[in-house]
Write a protein that binds this ligand. Structure first.
Ligand SMILES: Nc1ncnc2c1ncn2[C@@H]1O[C@H](COP(=O)(O)OP(=O)(O)O)[C@@H](O)[C@H]1O
Ligand SMILES: [Mg+2]
Length: 271
């Protein structure tokens, strides 16, 4: 991938921004974000992952990176954008949101707006930007979903996870988000289980929000995912033959259809 700001010639094409979100924590956002970014990169798309779980960023752990500088340094004016970009597995470029940094967790609207501008500045230099968001429905999450061309909402079959997935869709749709939102059902034991969860969620978004949620796919419960975390590496890299890696490839193939064409800016009408 062309180094942002190091080789500033523009590709002339704006990258597609994907935001991975969920409402509930611990459902697999970061794992999906890191592995999706790797899968895109393996397929030849210049990919950058930005860990927008500000203050509690942990995507670097799953990617096996030790970031020397983070968005925290950028926001404080201690580092330029190009200086906080690391290179991760599968040649994915990586920006960390800072871990255990209270100031980042409590960042105000201006600080987040600066980060959103920085993310936009990356887009001429790559094909895909993956934003790994934090949990919850606060502006610290929704500001990043709002700037995405495509949102991916992750849930498991856990009832609270489904309710929280509905919660984040509700908040962003009521804020005016009109770009596609795709659903991934994670940690399932069968395709039927995933379908049931999806239909439940889609039924709610249609009935109560008039919003048509897209089916993206499922990721199975797979010990390779946890095994890869222990190795501090993406599961699709260290266990490429795993069931999870096979399903991840299907997700990436579906999302690839949204790459390439210039994307309209996310339409967000703040109410
Ligand atoms: N498909 C899966 N199979 C098994 N374990 C999984 C799966 N997806 C996620 N996990 C595990 O769940 C935990 C939480 O995942 P993570 O990606 O950090 O969630 P989040 O970012 O939503 O908080 C991690 O330990 C991860 O390894
Ligand atoms: Mg996470």
């Amino acid at each position: 991938m062309t180094e942002p700001a190091n080789r500033p010639e523009e590709s002339g094409r704006r990258a597609t921004i994907f935001a991975v979100t969920s409402g509930k924590g611990g459902v697999g956002k970061t794992s999906l974000s890191v592995n999706l970014a790797c899968e895109f990169s393996r397929r030849g798309h210049r990919t950058i992952i930005v860990d927008t779980d500000l203050g509690l960023a942990n995507a670097h752990i799953l990617a096996g990176i030790r970031p020397t500088r983070t968005l925290s340094d950028y926001v404080e004016g201690k580092a330029e954008l190009a200086e906080i970009v690391e290179t991760g597995p599968c040649k994915v470029k990586f920006i960390s949101g800072g871990s255990g940094v209270k100031a980042m967790a409590n960042l105000d609207d201006n600080g987040r707006a600066r980060i959103c501008v920085a993310i936009e500045e990356l887009t001429p230099f790559c094909d895909v930007v993956v934003l790994d968001t934090g949990a919850g429905v606060s502006k610290g999450v929704t500001d990043f979903v709002a700037m995405a061309d495509q949102a991916i909402v992750v849930t498991t079959s856990n009832f609270a996870a489904i309710a929280d997935a509905y919660g984040i869709v509700k908040v962003v749709v009521q804020d005016g988000y009109r770009n596609p939102i795709h659903c991934v059902v994670n940690r399932v034991r069968s395709p039927e289980e995933a379908e049931q969860v999806f239909l439940k969620l889609k039924g709610c978004t249609e009935r109560f929000l008039g919003f048509d949620l897209n089916w993206l796919g499922l990721l199975p419960e797979d010990t390779s995912v946890e095994g890869a975390v222990l190795k501090r590496a993406p599961f699709s890299e260290v266990y490429p033959g795993s069931v999870a890696a096979r399903y991840l490839a299907k997700l990436a193939s579906s999302l690839e259809k949204h790459l390439g064409a210039p994307q309209p800016a996310a339409q967000v009408a703040k109410s």
